[in-house]
Ligand binder design. Structure first.
Ligand SMILES: [Zn+2]
Length: 118
């Protein structure tokens, strides 16, 4: 994978993380599983700094909680994070519309009119 492709995929990951942090509380290991479900294999050395960076930028806020005897850091989107996602969404929709040919999705591409389910 080239550096450019990696950069592009990491940008997708940031959008994905932000989306989940808007709709629910997320944490590193859970997010890694969710991303794996979408075909992204991220090492903790990539995912955790990415989460920290989003928090440093004020898009996420974290709180620590002890779960099964271990400290787990949960993140949720801040108002700034929600706004950032809103700012990105129309551009994302337009890009999908333009860069993805209609017949490339095997019918799995969601309709633009469908309300996001989560
Ligand atoms: Zn997801």
């Amino acid at each position: 994978m080239t550096d450019t492709v990696r950069d592009i995929l990491l940008a997708f990951v940031r959008v994905h993380v932000l989306h989940h942090a808007v709709v629910e509380r997320i944490y590193g290991a859970g997010m890694a599983e969710e991303l794996a479900r979408h075909g992204y294999q991220l090492s903790p050395g990539t995912l955790y700094p990415l989460l920290h960076r989003l928090e440093e930028d004020g898009l996420l806020i974290s709180e620590s909680e002890v779960v099964s005897g271990k400290v787990r850091k949960y993140y949720v989107a801040t108002a700034k994070g929600r706004q950032a996602l809103k700012d990105v969404q129309p551009r994302l929709a337009e890009l999908v519309d333009e860069a993805l040919p209609e017949d490339s999705n095997n019918g799995t591409r969601p309709s633009k009119r469908r309300k996001p389910s989560r």
